[in-house]
Design a protein around this ligand. Structure first.
Ligand code: NAD
Length: 261
């Protein structure tokens, strides 16, 4: 636990399930107040809110599409109205669509980049505007992926968006470093969440994924949430502009593990 997080206010986009849900719960354990954004899964958001309050934190749920300016603003407004301000903004919402790139429709490209890339911009913009105008110390964490670094055939829109998140994070980290705002990214590897449910239900695909992880296992949403808590806390006070990979070593070129090549 990080005592400086006690009483802080966080916004978590896409908090109704998976990694966002786990971050909300962890922030509850840190006795924080959390605005949990959901897109369509209200029951999931209510369950995330319950896990926050069960742990001793406070929670509000807000339906919003993070790929719109009104959606991002609604989340900030909810933080200010319910909890009197906002300290930490987590751009977690994400989606992916699989398709050979020559068959990928413009519509599907736009759907993925609207959430994974534009959503990160819109959330960051609203948070930065609030921090700057209120002369307030701030903290932004963007959910990237190992695919900001590792190419991912048939997921070009996703990899392109996450590559963008990487440099967007570094750019705004530099732009606002002298205004007491830290901005970092997290690059999860293969994590057991609904986004992977179909893939991991297929034993062959599950085993194939595990074989790409030097630590030989799939990660948990709680392990990603632990990284988010550290980056949100003052324990990481001199860290800005990084991607913290939480991937069991997936970005270590596991094909070289036997010393060949
Ligand atoms: P998930 O599918 O379980 O959760 C994604 C969340 O984003 C959902 O709550 C969904 O409703 C929300 N969302 C989607 N579109 C939205 C929109 N327009 N507005 C608001 N919310 C929206 O997936 P997850 O695994 O928990 O993924 C969370 C983040 O972590 C994503 O950015 C994802 O790319 C990233 N990530 C996940 C993994 C993994 O293995 N699970 C690996 C690398 C990166």
């Amino acid at each position: 636990m990080y005592t400086d997080l006690n009483g802080k206010v966080a916004v978590v986009t896409g908090g109704s399930k998976g990694i966002g849900h786990a971050i909300a719960k962890r922030f509850g354990q840190e006795k924080m107040s959390v605005v949990i954004n959901y897109h369509s899964d209200k029951a999931g958001a209510e369950s995330a809110a319950k896990s926050v309050t069960d742990e001793g934190g406070k929670a509000a749920i807000v339906q919003a599409d993070i790929s719109t300016e009104e959606g991002a603003k609604a989340l900030l407004d909810a933080a200010v109205e319910n909890f009197g301000g906002m300290d930490i903004w987590i751009n977690n919402a994400g989606m992916e669509i699989k398709s050979p790139t020559h068959e990928l429709s413009l519509d599907d490209w736009n759907k993925v980049t609207a959430v994974d890339q534009t959503g990160v911009f819109l959330g960051s913009k609203v948070a930065l505007d609030y921090f700057v105008k209120n002369n307030k110390k701030g903290n932004i964490i963007n959910m990237s992926s190992v695919h900001e670094a590792i190419p991912w055939p048939t997921f070009a829109s996703y990899a392109a968006a996450k590559g963008s998140v990487k440099l967007f994070t570094k750019t705004i980290a530099m732009e606002y470093a002298n205004q007491n705002v830290r901005v970092n990214a997290i690059g999860p590897g293969a994590i057991n969440t609904p986004i992977n449910a179909e893939k991991f239900a297929d034993k062959k695909q599950y085993d194939k994924t595990v074989s790409m992880v030097p630590m030989n296992r799939i990660g948990t949403p709680e392990e990603v949430a632990a990284g988010a808590a550290w980056l949100a806390s003052d324990e990481s006070s001199y860290v800005t502009g990084i991607t913290l990979f939480i991937d069991g070593g997936m970005t270590l070129y596991p094909a070289f593990k036997d010393g060949e090549g």
